[in-house]
Design a protein around this ligand. Structure first.
Ligand code: ADP
Length: 360
């Protein structure tokens, strides 16, 4: 008999986060493995235990073990649903994972070398343990498939060797969930909605009539807003100089892991820590974050031809009134508009998308 529960897996480089949903799509349990690459931890609900997690395979095995200790065998699930960061131009909707879809995710590895290999490792590990279990994938890029060419293209020549160098946009699952859930607060969905997903990664999106028409992230999740450790918007000329000065690998590490709030503050990538710090550099990092969120929002507002409402989600967006107020203050030139705070619901969005795929 087919199972009822859907396990959502978000496999990253240093952590694998999972959420289990029952047949009514109610979340029943979260299991997370963190600190992959050494002595990490497996957290089941509120209980956390240290665990030796040398690699992703060990982390996934530890999660499946923790799941079975809760009385749920992997093979008894209805499905596993994966968050996949990059679907490229081919994967613009959720899909049941078939050999062809798996290959399409492989084909996107050059677009997301830091992300897609981890998703594939999790997909393959589940296939090996439970070959008959249906697996689905939701893509972070998919929500942005509606972005028009004018907003999507870089001003590069139209050459075959440059194919794929375009803006994709990310955090799509979060924005899709926001579009679905916001009407519970707003009544109808605002026509011209400026949405901010502010977490460790941060982006903003112009949502016109429920569809993405522009977003701050581009070819990769590195561009756009100032982030926890990512640099956000930076002149390509500066990147070229860094590559000459530091080499490719060090530049990649600098821009992805040592920049943003961490780089500016010299203290932390964590907004809560910065808010609790009184150093001038921490203050500057917060101001930089808010200033650039508002500045880039201006561009998104232009892309929608105006603004009817703002919505915030993500760890910072949901929890920091200080940041929300600072960003909204910098948008007060737009006149009066409602603003909303929406809990990030990426996991249930992914479970719902898998459920829809399995029911049709
Ligand atoms: P991720 O992008 O990794 O999913 P989250 O969406 O959980 O991350 O966001 C993490 C960020 O949210 C961190 O910078 C954290 O400090 C911040 N955050 C969480 N709670 C608060 C709070 N109460 N005040 C300010 N920042 C907060």
């Amino acid at each position: 008999m087919a199972g009822t529960h859907i396990l959502v897996i978000n496999a990253g480089s240093s952590s694998i986060k999972t959420a289990l949903f029952d047949g009514d799509l109610a979340e029943v349990l979260r299991i997370e493995a963190t600190g992959i690459g050494g002595i990490g931890a497996v957290k089941t609900g509120a209980a956390s235990e240290p665990a030796d997690l040398p690699d992703n395979a060990a982390a996934l095995a530890a999660i499946i073990d923790a799941l079975s200790r809760q009385g749920i065998a992997l093979t008894s699930l209805r499905a596993v649903a994966h968050r996949v960061v990059h679907g490229g131009t081919a994967l613009t909707a959720p899909h049941r994972i078939t050999p062809a879809i798996r290959q399409a995710i492989v084909d996107c590895i050059p677009l997301a070398p830091l992300h897609n290999p981890h998703h594939l490792a999790a997909i393959d590990a589940v296939s090996a343990l439970a070959p008959d279990l249906p697996q689905c994938a939701s893509f972070d890029t998919a929500f942005h498939a509606t972005i028009p060419d004018l907003a999507r293209r870089y001003a590069l020549p139209d050459r075959p060797d440059l194919a794929g160098l375009q803006r994709y946009g990310f955090h799509g699952t979060s924005y899709a969930a926001l579009v679905r859930n916001l009407p519970q607060q707003s009544g109808t969905l605002p026509k011209r909605l400026l949405a901010f997903h502010l977490g460790n990664g941060a982006s903003a999106c112009a949502i016109l009539d429920g569809q993405s028409v522009a977003t701050t992230m581009g070819y990769s999740p590195l561009s756009g807003l100032t982030m926890g450790t990512r640099v956000g918007e930076i002149d390509a000329g500066a990147v070229l100089r860094l590559v000459r000065q530091l080499g490719l690998d060090q530049t990649e590490t600098l821009l992805n892991h040592h920049s943003g709030l961490l780089g500016l503050s010299g203290i932390s990538s964590d907004m809560r820590t910065l808010e609790n710090s009184d150093t001038p550099k921490a203050r500057f990092a917060i101001d930089h974050f808010c200033y650039w969120a508002a500045r880039q929002a201006g561009s998104l507002i232009a892309a929608m031809g105006g603004l009817d409402a703002v919505a915030f989600t993500g760890g910072i967006g949901e929890n920091s009134a200080l940041i929300r107020t600072a960003v909204l203050d910098k948008l007060s030139w737009m006149g009066k508009f409602p603003s909303y705070t929406v809990a990030a619901q990426e996991e249930i969005q992914i479970a719902g998308e898998a459920n829809a795929l399995l029911t049709t």
